[in-house]
Design a protein around this ligand. Sequence first.
Ligand code: ADP
Ligand code: ZN
Ligand code: ZN
Length: 741
Amino acid sequence: MWYSASMSSAQRIVQVAVPSPLPRTFDYLPPKSGPLPCPGARVRVPFGRRSVVGVVIGIVEHSSLPAARLKTVQDVLDPEPLLPPDLLSLLQWASEYYHHPVGEVICSALPQALMQGRPAIVSDNDGWVITDSGRARLGTAPTLRRAPAVVLRALAGHAAAADEASLAPLSARWRSAVRSLVARGWVATVPRNCLSQPLLRVADAPEASEAQTAAIAAITGGAPGFHCYLLHGVTGSGKTEVYLRVIARVLETMAQVLVLVPEIGLTPQLVDSFRQRFSVGIAVIHSGLNDSERLCAWLKARDGSARIVLGTRSAVFVPMKALRLIVVDEEHDGSYKQQDGFRYSARDIAIRRGQREGVPVVLGSATPSLESLQNARQARYALLQLPERVGRAQLPPVRLLDLRRLARRDGLAPPLIEAVHNRLARREQSLLFINRRGFAPVLMCHDCGWFAPCPRCDARLTLHKAAGRLRCHHCGSDTDVPSACPDCQGENLRGLGEGTERVEAALARLFPEASIERIDRDSTRRKGALEEKLGRVRTGAADILVGTQMLAKGHDFPNLTLVGVLNADQGLYGYDFRSGEQLFQRIMQVAGRAGRADKPGEVLIQTFHPEHPLFLALRQHDYSGFADYALQERREAQFPPYCHLALLRAETSERGNALAFLERARAIADALEPVPGVTVMDPVPSPMERRSGRYRAQLLIHATQRPALHRFLVQWLAQITGTPFARKARWALDVDPIDMH
Ligand code: ADP
Ligand code: ZN
Ligand code: ZN
């Protein structure tokens, strides 16, 4: 439809989504002159006492407000829709599904730069770097006129090329300053392109295995339109190869592909494997991009010049002109769920997007979520299996080390130490997994039993011995290590339990000749540190790896033949209904790093509960067996996928108020007309009641049917929002919560 101000004499109203926590759009009169803005375009509108950038949702003829009270659109920023209709309606759907304010949902899908009103155009060629002679000049002569000096100094502080966005704020005359600096050879112009370019050597694809061939044929031979495939392939079965081949087929036409990966799955190695295989532009989208990079990648996805969009969670909302396939790698990964603000699941949105845009979706995992597995078992998804590793590689045998019978030193039982020793003798690599960073999770007084608590959380402080700090892993509080116990003044303070740092130190004592790489959030904070460490592992310079979760996934180290899991019991009897599933996935993923190439691998798991069914299934690499057992448990306890959940969380600065807020919310629910199949539970304090100095509580809603859940939530939230007590707590609704913390 073509909108024009002169189209009819009827009044036109512009509905605009603005970044506001109010759960609705706002009506404006069209601009005084010029064409009407189209849905999906940005406009600048007065909002309160400010002027903000918003997105047009629709043009209607009536507003619930009288025309005299409506304000007027100040500016139309885009001549055509920035968000295509499909995506705009997906975002509106998501806002309703997650009960999150539509303005925040839509505006958060746009790059920050666009929300600040920057034009939606990519400038490919204007990047500048300081040259060596520019640096030399900066050191010696103070004679530069002002603007050039400011620009030159700014460029000296830039690691990469600087663009217009970073130079323009420095001086109104930045452009002429740059020109004169370039003319003198102190600054060089470099082409900037946010797309990853193909690597010159385009890699040959290995010959696909029988199982891979079958999976590829199933996906590429499927009827056109939406279909969801669950690719369940054991670790090392070559799932990536299946994605690459299916993508190659899609790229034969002028189509685009969206590939989502978990937060820690987006490694340079993965990007390179795409760059080696395909000679097309790839937009890589993740949280580490700066505003200009994000804008550029977003626009190139939108105009179709990025044929592959490879990104983490937020990439699911990137507009794509010719989207024909969506891949969600490691679909079970918790990082697909945003844990604050707009709490969406990128995996679930990806499936919804595929449905709406009529494109196939491939979910891949060695350890699919129970929800996806259940969908496959009920034939809503097509299940494709890769039951074996590729080539001659075998799944590694798993041995349980019974900690009830074994003494440990610094967390290491003798059979594990011996296994590491054997690997060193054979010049093979070992990986020790412990899901805790720092030296020890607790600092304890051995005279009186005092534990160092976090002053702001119901949690203990972690001892970081090398840094000499006590840190809270929940709120970030960071203090000196006391020299004496504050309770008894004794000096017998010691770290209790172990983290990566302690295990690393113990290994260094046991194997002084070995080269050890510790990989956790502390040791990889510096930009590039992770890549350097992984590089040393790949070249074989590292003998032993000690690390957390960061090591568990995706990595393919052919010479790694031993995996040791140090604290397997963490989460075994967790309070969360998903703890068991997450524990199993974590261990199976990390175990999957062993023996991926020709040399056979082995996995040793230290546990106090070797008879637990979860470990018995792990020993058999029997994910389906585990899933049977876990799904049975879920069915009996009526948890997802056998029901649908929403969690109302509240927090306040006074103890008790969050709970009181939820009691009120519950009373409101009780007063509503009951919705069959929906049960409102009792509010309870959160498992960690105090965090960052705030008291937290939660209220679970349980529903047998999704539509009933949403009917209930709409009514209930409207009632809560409409009462003054809604301001008595900071609260948020989490639809399909993945953890109950
Ligand atoms: P997964 O993601 O299933 O754990 P990967 O995709 O990382 O497995 O594949 C494991 C290794 O096997 C990689 O090094 C990959 O290049 C290799 N590979 C995959 N498919 C084949 C094949 N058909 N023949 C030989 N090697 C393969
Ligand atoms: Zn003491
Ligand atoms: Zn804390």
